[in-house]
Design a protein around this ligand. Sequence first.
Ligand code: DAH
Length: 349
Amino acid sequence: MTTAQTDEERRLGEMRARALAELATIEASDALEEWRTRYLGRERGELTSVLKGLGKLPGDDRKRVGQAANEVKVALEQALEARRGELRQRDQASALERERLDVTLPGRTIPRGHTHPLSLVTRDLARIFRQMGFEVYQGPEVETDYYNFQALNIPQDHPARDMQDTFWVAPGQILLRTQTSPNQIRIMEKMRPPVRAIVPGRVYRNEAIDASHEAVFHQVEGLLIDETCTMAELRGVVERLARELFGANRKVRFRPSYFPFTEPSAEFDMDCINCNGAGCRICKYSGWLEMGGSGMVDPRVLRGVGYDPSVYRGFAFGLGIERIAMLRYGIDDIRYFAGNDLRFLRQFS
Ligand code: DAH
């Protein structure tokens, strides 16, 4: 028995063809979802409306149309899944293409920093002095006139101030330290003897800049205070320093000098590391290289920090770190250290 197609069956066939044709042109997942609601949506889907109309059909028709509608539903759902799979695959392929990584390319070098020559020397100084029982301290670069000058026995009008023209932060009161010596005072104020301390750090002077003078440079300060303490021990410390830095045979000599905060005062030299004392361009044909200043701490300074000079005595010394680095590495111009020239700095990596 053949039955004439109902309107519903025709409508279903037409819808199926239309839906599949549309589906084939869809490229994006939100358009897929829109397609799904339009045809298969529970509320307003076109197929759903056919199914909802089934109840009005006569019994036979209802069964056939119902079956046909179900087939269409299954077909559309399968087609939807298939299309979704295709699109997903296509997207993954293009993501792979986009994120393609050629692992055979050589990597980019990540620049790696290294220690500045002045830091190398400072570390060495710390190591050498620690071996002799000194502790390493730091102090402020912005100082008061009191610590930088007055407490070191350099009053306001003292001619020693001329040697250390500075940069004032508050004229007459606050300045950039011209020496690490103020830390002698800071340390003695905080500690009871025995004291064995070094303080490396940056110092500032209003200098005319040339190959051996910079406005910013570094010093290391040394201080030893105890009940017994002599200049011979000072000499021993300095000699050990010279030998640790520049070789076991170095000789050291003291020359009488003047510093307001030591009495007696001496400058110390070592025999030239280049000519071993014979005389050369490096030592300006003297056979000796200047290393620093030193002396026995002046009783006035001790009294100023509340140490009794009849009980305690001590020595102090100070030396320039650039100078040591220049000798060690054969650098002939102090301006290289802060000049930011990578060709210079890379030699220390
Ligand atoms: N502070 C002095 C300067 O910058 C160096 C110095 C000399 C430090 C003698 C000392 C010392 O501790 O006793 O010229």
